[in-house]
Ligand binder design. Sequence first.
Ligand SMILES: Nc1nc2c(ncn2[C@@H]2O[C@H](COP(=O)(O)OP(=O)(O)OP(=O)(O)O)[C@@H](O)[C@H]2O)c(=O)[nH]1
Ligand SMILES: [Mg+2]
Length: 357
Amino acid sequence: MKVGIVGLPQVGKTTIFSLLTGIEADPYSTVHQKGIAKVYDKRVKILSEMYQPKKTTYATLEFYDTPSLIPNEQKSRSQVFNQVQNADALLLILRAFKNDSVPFPENGETAFKQLKITLDEFIFRDLEIVTNRIERLENAKRKLDNKEENELKVLKHMREILENEDFLSRHREEFTADQIKLVSSYSLVTLKPVVITVNLDENQFSEKNYESKTEVLNIVKDYNFAYIELCGLMEKEIQELPEEEREEFLKDLGITESGIERLSKTMYEQLGLISFFTVGKDEVRAWTLKKGSTAVEAAGVIHSDLARGFIKAEIIKYDDLINLGSEKEVKEKGLMKLVGKEHVIEDGDIITVRFNV
Ligand SMILES: Nc1nc2c(ncn2[C@@H]2O[C@H](COP(=O)(O)OP(=O)(O)OP(=O)(O)O)[C@@H](O)[C@H]2O)c(=O)[nH]1
Ligand SMILES: [Mg+2]
C-alpha cells in the first residue's frame, strides 16, 4: 500500500515522514523520498514471543514525502500530485503546533484555514485534468468510440461537481464501478481516501485541543475523511526510547499507543485493510489484505504458488490462541477450522495453507 504525504509549506511533512519510516530526511533537500514504515501491531510481538522464530516480519506501508504544495501555483501542484499519483491514500498534514521560528503557511495560520486551502488545491488539480481530457476528446478529429463517449459523459459529470468546488468522493454513488474504472488512469485525487493528520505541540496534545479544531472536525465528518492528531516532536522522543521504556513513557502521558501505531490503524481502517498472520519456527509474519478477501486470495498474498496449488487452509483465531496458550489446545477444543478457497478471512486469522506444488 502506498501513501502520499501532502501539505502546505512547513507544516511538518518531512518530520512525519521521518518518524514513520525512520529515514533521517534532510529538511532542506529538494529530492523527495519514499520509505517503508513498519505497521506496529502488538499481536506480532506476542506471537513472536510464543513461537521464538528465526525471523519476525511486520506488515509495511510505503510512504512518499512531497515538496511544499504552494497554493495557486500550477507548477507546484503538478509536481506534488504527480509524485503521489500511484498512492492508494493521502495523508494530508495540517499544522497546529506553535513554533516562533517556523512561519505558518501564508493565509493559513490555523489548521482549518490550511485545510480549506489544501482541499481547493485538490479540486483544482482534478478540474485541470478532467477539463484537459474533455477538450482532447471533444477536439478529436474522428468519431469517438463507445468507450470514449462514455468516458466523456463521466468526465462532464465530474467537471460539474468539481466546478461546484466539491470532492468527487462525496458523489461516489453517482457513478458505477465501471465508470470509475474508465477514469482510473487519471489518478484523480479527490477520489482517493484521505487521512487528515494534525501536527500538535506538547501543550495542544495534552489539552487535546487546538485553534479551529471544531471546524476541522466538521469538514472531516462532511467529507468522510479519517482523522488523527499527532505530536511530531513527542513521537520522536518515543521512537528514540528503548522498547522496554516505551510503554511506561506512554502510560505517564495517559495514552496506550504511540501516534505512529494509531496512524497505522487509522490507515488500515480508511483503506479497508485487515491483517492476517503466518506463524512457525522460521518466521512469524503479518500480512495485509483487503477486507472481504478469501482464503485463496490470502494465499496469493503470501506466494502465487500457494494460490495456484491451493487445497485448503487451516485457520485459527489469534484470540483463541492467546486465550488457550497453544496451537495444540486450540485444536483439542476443536477451534481450528479447515476452510476452502472462498472462505472470507477475518482480521487476526492465523493461516496455514495446504497446497500442491
Ligand atoms: N515545535 C515543533 N516544530 C516542528 C514540529 N514538526 C515540525 N517542526 C518544525 O517545523 C519545521 C518544518 O518541518 P518540516 O518537517 O521540514 O516541514 P515540511 O512540511 O516538510 O516543510 P516543506 O517540505 O518545506 O514544505 C522544521 O523546522 C521542524 O523542526 C512539531 O511537532 N513541533
Ligand atoms: Mg519537507
